[in-house]
Design a protein around this ligand. Structure first.
Ligand code: SAM
Length: 203
């Protein structure tokens, strides 16, 4: 597949979502409409998805619970992060739904084979990634994509130096391959993103 790079000037200033334009290209090219992001935080990638895709609807799944840490070392209340994400996405109106709940609860609110694109970026522990894949894979339509973040190489020096990020990447990698290799599904890493994706067989 050929990817068309979105011009740099179409990024919102200060919101470098670097190479994730590969996703929006594929979403537009394949005409995907029903999207879900699991693990939304402040809504940066959600906004990017909505901004750069045509006539899509995005469900944002995140419990926005406590435990967010500011770089100063202070805790940030989950409610503040949730409100920030809501403000950021407000302009998209009914193209977006906020599902304030954990991933596995969120999955239960969708019919099987009802979603075109599901992006997992929530709890990065090994068992949580396994559980997320098992819960969301049936929700993806034949021909749709299940994808997730923190899988590939660490391109930013600050990330490569962080033990926790390295561990998360190892967890995601192991979980993805444990499940998909066994059933012969092809795991792709688009371009030089830090993400994985699997296209569900259309038949
Ligand atoms: C790395 S951040 C997501 C960043 C976002 N995807 C982006 O690119 O802008 C991880 C988020 O996952 C959320 N999270 C943690 N456990 C979760 C769970 N079980 N279900 C859904 N989200 C979860 C956290 O609350 C946090 O906001």
């Amino acid at each position: 597949m050929e990817y068309t790079k979105i011009p740099r000037e179409s990024y919102t200033p200060g919101e470098g979502v670097n190479v994730r334009w590969l996703f929006t290209d594929v979403i537009n090219e394949r005409g995907y409409k029903d999207l879900v992001e699991i693990g939304v935080f402040q809504g940066k990638f959600s906004r990017y998805l909505l901004l750069h895709t045509n006539d899509t609807h995005l469900s944002c799944v995140d419990p926005w619970a406590e435990g967010y840490m500011h770089k100063s070392g202070n805790q940030i209340p989950g409610e503040n992060v949730y409100q920030f994400a809501c403000r950021r996405l407000k302009g998209f109106g009914d193209r977006v739904d906020m599902l304030r709940m954990p991933s596995l609860e969120g999955a239960k609110t969708f019919e099987d084979s009802s979603l075109d694109f599901v992006f997992i970026d929530g709890d990065h522990s090994y068992q949580a990634v396994i559980d997320d894949i098992l819960a969301w894979w049936p929700k993806v339509r034949p021909g749709g994509v299940l994808a997730g973040h923190d899988y590939g190489i660490l391109t930013r020096r600050k990330h490569a130096a962080m033990k926790i990020v390295k561990q998360e990447v190892a967890n995601v990698h192991k979980a993805v391959h444990t499940l998909f290799d066994e059933v012969g599904e092809v795991v792709e890493r688009p371009g030089f993103t830090r993400s994985w994706w699997v296209t569900k067989n259309p038949c």
